[in-house]
Design a protein around this ligand. Structure first.
Ligand code: GDP
Ligand code: MG
Length: 483
């Protein structure tokens, strides 16, 4: 493990978010958790920490500095002259292995003051704990076999979930649904591999451990299951991360107004002066379980204003990172010019055309306008009025429908939500396909075995059965400290 420290270390961290709160929690995990806690808190019951019942809350005073340890034994039961009581709180001891990390864990619950929490964590460090790195608690849970890697990732997804569907998927992954499926597939492969290798070892004896047809059917079945999982990957990613919707178009077409109406608040400045929005503004809403991150950008036009030029550069950059771009057009302007003259963007990004301000044009003039517009693009064209709200529901519907099947139910089988898992499944798919081609061509079983081994390893990466320090460090560094 490239991470500093060893499992013999005891780690501590503030586990609750920064800022004021009703309560805040400092978490300690490792073999010396009890020793350290016993020097930082004094139980009101006057009992020794070492005889404390596990998984129960106990009232305590929190001390700073911590009580010195004498001969390895804590002395917090005896009052010291220099000590101060910084707060009162509750402590809970979770005896190994029945804790999140599967190690001895003590949590100190105090008032949610940044200063108190800082003091408590300083006291823990003074008493011998090391400040935890981001994700180190969850990493220990993984290394101690409490969670597999996909479940550890689901812990982070749960913390970050922004929508009901996102949370549902995270919880399902946390309960091990993906892991179980991957284990099943991997076990099938490993079994086949064992048979195949036995066949290779006993080649002289001419014993077939697994028949050609049986092998093909079984591999095809595994391949089909992997493909079914891969089909869910885009929906899964979108449900977990949300959709990034960038609003673009010429100045004054109503981009900022559209953002405001979708958010139902006056977030962006709206004026009739072209070039008002110069930076981009980003806000999120959750619509039918899907998070939409809306990004309002500077209008695209030729200008020499340096600030506006920078705004336009950022707008183009934002479009590059979009899942979908709403290209806003002004209905009143469109009505005046022939649609042949409409400047349509180059469609490198996923686009939706939004004709805004339809409240300004007569209903009869709208249809030919739309027909003409639809004739020059394959993208969906929708009519809205940011001012009256007309068409906004349909717009949100169209965005969601682009990413999530309307009939989608989160209870339908396993859903792949991580790009990492998707990548591993794709590699497993490629290797299995290769193996099937080899079998078909009657290529030596040794080569088939190599492909099967690769497929099994790729699946193993998802749950962390096969993994490198680099991958682990990458995954856990995304976590917050204290988790
Ligand atoms: N009548 C009408 N006016 C609108 C609508 N949307 C925006 N506007 C007006 O168009 C002007 C430009 O709007 P703004 O949102 O700043 O456009 P942006 O430059 O594309 O961000 C403002 O005067 C808005 O009040 C709409 O749906 N109907
Ligand atoms: Mg604007």
């Amino acid at each position: 493990m490239s991470t500093v420290g060893t499992p013999e270390d005891t780690i501590c961290a503030i586990a609750t978010p920064a800022g004021e709160g009703g309560i805040g929690i400092v978490r300690i995990s490792g073999p010396h958790a009890v020793d350290i806690a016993s020097r930082v808190v004094r139980l009101r019951s006057k009992k020794s920490f070492h005889t404390l019942a596990s998984h129960k809350l106990h009232l305590a005073d929190i001390l700073f500095p911590p009580v010195p340890s004498i001969g390895g034994l804590s002395t917090s039961e005896t009052r010291q002259s220099t000590e101060q009581i910084v707060d009162e709180g509750l402590v809970v001891y979770m005896k190994a292995p029945r804790s999140f990390t599967a190690e001895d864990v003590v949590e100190i619950h105090c008032h949610g003051s940044g200063f108190v929490l800082q003091r408590v964590s300083e006291a823990c460090v003074a008493a011998g704990a090391r400040l935890a790195q981001p994700g180190e608690f969850t990493k220990r849970a993984f290394l101690n076999g409490r969670l597999d890697l996909s479940q550890a990732e689901a812990v982070l997804d749960t913390i970050r979930a922004k929508s009901e569907l996102g949370l549902k998927l995270a919880q399902r992954q946390l309960r091990g649904e993906l892991a179980k499926q991957v284990h099943r597939l991997r076990t099938d492969l490993v079994l086949l591999l064992a048979h195949l290798e036995a066949g290779i070892d006993f080649a002289e004896e001419d014993i077939a451990f697994v028949g050609h047809d049986e092998m093909t059917v079984s591999l095809q079945e595994t391949l089909d299951q992997i493909r079914r999982m891969l089909v869910t990957a885009e929906t899964g990613r979108v449900l977990r991360d949300g959709v990034r919707v960038v609003i673009a178009g010429e100045p004054n077409v109503g981009k900022s107004s559209l953002l405001n109406s979708l958010l139902q608040e006056n977030r962006a400045i709206v004026t009739d002066i072209p070039g008002t929005t110069r930076d981009f503004i980003e806000e999120s809403i959750v619509w039918h379980g899907l998070q939409l991150t809306l990004v309002d950008t500077a209008g695209l036009r030729d200008t020499t204003d340096l600030i506006e030029l920078e705004g336009i550069r950022r707008s183009e950059q934002a479009q590059d990172q979009a899942d979908i771009v709403l290209h806003v057009l002004d209905a009143a302007q469109l009505a005046k010019i022939s649609t042949g003259n409409v400047r349509l963007p180059s469609l490198i990004h996923e686009h939706l055309f939004v004709v805004n301000k339809i409240d300004l044009v007569a209903a009869a003039s709208v249809q030919p306008l739309f027909d003409a517009l639809r004739a020059c693009t394959t993208c969906k064209v929708l009519a809205v009025s940011a001012q009256t709200g007309e068409g906004l529901e349909a717009l949100k519907h169209a965005i969601r429908a682009r990413f999530v099947e309307p009939s989608f139910e989160p209870s339908d089988g396993v859903i792949v939500t991580h790009v990492r898992h998707q990548g591993a499944l794709e590699r497993a798919e490629a290797s299995l396909q290769e193996s099937l081609v080899s079998i078909e061509r009657g290529i030596e079983p040794e080569f088939v075995a190599v492909d099967l081994r690769e497929a099994a390893d790729a699946l193993g990466e998802i749950v962390g059965a096969i993994t490198s320090d680099e991958v682990l460090d990458h995954i856990f560094s995304e976590f917050c400290i204290g988790k």
